[in-house]
Design a protein. Structure first.
Length: 440
């Protein structure tokens, strides 16, 4: 690596220099430590196995200034941009990484729900462990270091033991579209108490097409017997670069179900790390990316079974058209002593263009006895026999291909219990399916 920092790193260092002290010694120290680690490693390169299929050379030559807080707070945002049927509970809205009280509703059945900036100003000490947590000093963690160094706001959510949210909580991230070549960084901390339950919808949208970089790091803890449904809808503009890391910890008998749709963005990556540390915990995940043009989406899923009698079921789909590229890595790790584990992972993908590419990498590591585990991945094209059947029934070619493609994708939504939201996401998926489905 050259001694001279890349334009991307240089811009990040300049941005950090504009941030005032928080007045919290341990937080300022953590920011400085993470910035130093980021500057030392720079962005990961192709030889880094974790980023092998997502090259960042072009991104490293660009510089992003921090999004201006005053501009973000003053930006006019139409609430219909992020309205979702079946999601009518509390809402937290960030615009270019800045919390917008005027667009938010923090009344969520008496749970503790606050912007991170507010929580730090009143009770910072309970957040110390999470925010001062150290990542590896490695290029693979560059964006986590960047987020830890530059994030000035985010969300703190704590649901008390035994509480149940009656309505889904909507967390919205809006790119305003008026701050070009800018970056925002958000940190989210969620704790679902013992025997508590909740549904959270995380939503990414854009009000314009300005080029932006966003990073988001989330830590979710599901305590003993907790139940959490997590839905992620990523529908950012095609000028957006979005890098996210989500760590989910499941204690004894906790259950978490993730549904994820990756639809927008120019370059998007989501790292999902689920750690089942309590006996009887369960983590299920369903996801799909639908890409066209020159979009690039990278999903990194790692599920670690560290306790007895845990279970996981992962079902992921991918569609790529045009010159787009999709990446999926699905890893299941069964640690020593995690007897009774039941884990399965399936990843199926469709290529709709001769120039599109999908790279899939299933991994399975087992260090325990009495384990049931299976994984598999496929990459193919639409089934010609099914296509012929639909054509023989008088269905035009374009419509027939659309129907088969939609059926392939909708499998990831079938288990979503929120019917109104499920139907809307199905319609959103249809709207994002490639339009160039006609025969070549």
């Amino acid at each position: 690596m050259s001694n001279a920092p890349s334009p991307f790193v240089r811009a990040a260092l300049d941005a950090a220099a504009t941030l005032p002290s928080t007045g919290i010694a341990w937080l300022d120290a953590a920011r400085a430590e993470n910035l130093e680690a980021f500057a030392a490693t720079g962005l990961p390169e192709g030889r880094d196995e974790a980023w092998k299929y997502t090259p960042l050379r072009a991104l490293s030559q660009r510089g992003f200034a921090l999004a201006d807080h005053a501009t973000a707070v003053a930006a006019v945002i139409d609430p219909s941009l992020y309205a979702l049927p079946g999601v009518e509970g509390g809402r937290v809205v960030f615009v270019d990484g800045a919390f917008r009280a005027d667009l938010s509703s923090l009344d969520a059945d008496g749970v503790e729900l606050a912007p991170l900036s507010g929580a730090l100003s009143t009770h910072p000490e309970p957040l110390r462990f999470a925010l001062a947590n150290r990542y590896r000093r490695a290029a693979a963690d560059a964006f986590a270091h960047l987020n830890a160094a530059l994030a000035t706001d985010g969300l703190v959510l704590r649901i008390p033991d035994g509480a149940a949210l009656a309505k889904p909580l909507h967390i919205v991230h809006v790119s305003s579209g008026i701050q070009g070549d800018s970056a925002w960084h958000v940190r989210v901390l969620v704790e679902i108490g013992k025997d508590a339950s909740a549904e959270i919808v995380e939503h990414f949208v854009s009000a314009g097409a300005a080029t932006q970089l966003g990073t988001l790091v989330s830590d979710v803890v599901a305590r003993e017997g907790a139940r959490l449904g997590l839905v992620v809808v990523q529908d950012a503009s095609v000028a957006t670069t979005l890098v996210r890391r989500s760590h989910v910890r499941l204690d004894e008998r906790a259950e978490v179900t993730l549904h994820a749709l990756e639809l927008g963005g120019a370059l998007v990556r989501h790292e999902v790390n689920a750690e089942l540390v309590g006996d009887g915990a369960r983590f299920d995940s369903r996801g799909v990316f639908a890409l066209s043009g020159r979009q690039h989406a990278d999903t990194q899923l790692e599920i670690r079974h560290n306790a007895r009698n845990t279970a996981s079921d992962a079902l992921w789909r991918g569609i790529a058209d045009g010159r787009s590229r999709g990446v999926f890595r699905g890893a299941i790790v069964v640690s020593e002593g995690a007897d009774g584990t039941d884990a399965s992972l399936s990843n199926k993908n469709l290529l709709l263009s001769g120039q599109a590419e999908i790279d899939t990498k299933p991994e399975l590591e087992i260090y325990a006895d009495e384990v049931k585990a299976a994984h598999g991945a496929t990459i193919g094209q639409l089934d010609e026999r099914s296509l012929f059947y639909l054509r023989s029934r008088g269905i035009p070619l374009v419509q027939a291909r659309s129907l088969l493609t939609l059926a392939f994708c909708r499998a990831v939504l079938e288990s979503l219990p929120n019917e109104a939201l499920r139907e809307h996401l199905g319609e959103l998926l249809v709207a994002h399916l490639p339009t160039s489905l006609a025969a070549e």
